[in-house]
Design a protein around this ligand. Sequence first.
Ligand code: RIB
Length: 305
Amino acid sequence: MILVFGSLNVDLVAQVPVIPGPGRTVLSPSYQTHFGGKGANQAVAAARIAGPGRVRMAGRVGRDGFGDSAIQNLRANGVDADLVVRADEPTGCAFITVDQAGENAITVASGANMTASADDLPAELFSSDSVLVLQMELPFTQALTVARRTASASGTVVWTLAPVPEKMTPEMVSELLAVTDHLLVNEHEALDAATAIGIAASDYETAAADLAKAGGLTCIVTAGAQGALAVTADGARRRAPAPRITPVDTTGAGDTFVGAFAAILSEGVSLQRALEAGCEAAALKCLKAGAQTGMPMRHAMSSLA
Ligand code: RIB
């Protein structure tokens, strides 16, 4: 069973010629509404590959229309949403601009996500065959508690260090590394995490190796068009290439990688296959606008044929 404890958002997305800097305004002809939130994105990506009934999601939404539709969307994608709790705060909302190269800038109004509690997850959920998937859009202490419960039950913890918090203390990174089995980061997050614990790495590959050693874990770096790199605690490296594509929208590409990776990991297949599936799924996602629209079903994945 894959258990995602994470954020659910509704994404309001505008295509812009250039992502505006501070003090700038740009015009966009319109906007689209998509389902998002790193947690929900990862849950949907995993369910499209693992199949219905294999993924559960816990988190919080508001008592509003966005909350209703975010829950319905999970169910429509085969994700068990019974653990999603209604909060007094509004459902999380992300304001996203996407430029002509498919790159994005995102502001998340967290709302109900920041009320999520480890107590929303009953003790019987945790077992040795659970794969817990976490990100950084919920209160860190709650995510850490759920990670520790999973580790105590000999389950597997997959943690994405995104978004990197404004104030990421050395204690946070050390606590996260201590309980995580698979740490997923992009190039910048790898360097940020290493720096936070006093490691002066000059590049993301060195940072990943140092983080893997420090945490006794596997560190996976998703590097966009350069594919993915995994470094295990003993320093061994595995790589997977990214399929060549022309991206329409990269929003949710990292989440798609994580969902596909967790789905394959939960099947006990090799780390190499999980990396390859993550890269292929993330590339396919980028061919369509919106975080979840382009996430592939298992039958569309040549790496899983
Ligand atoms: O990773 C992409 C996601 O980040 C978006 O769907 C948005 O909701 C934010 O959480």
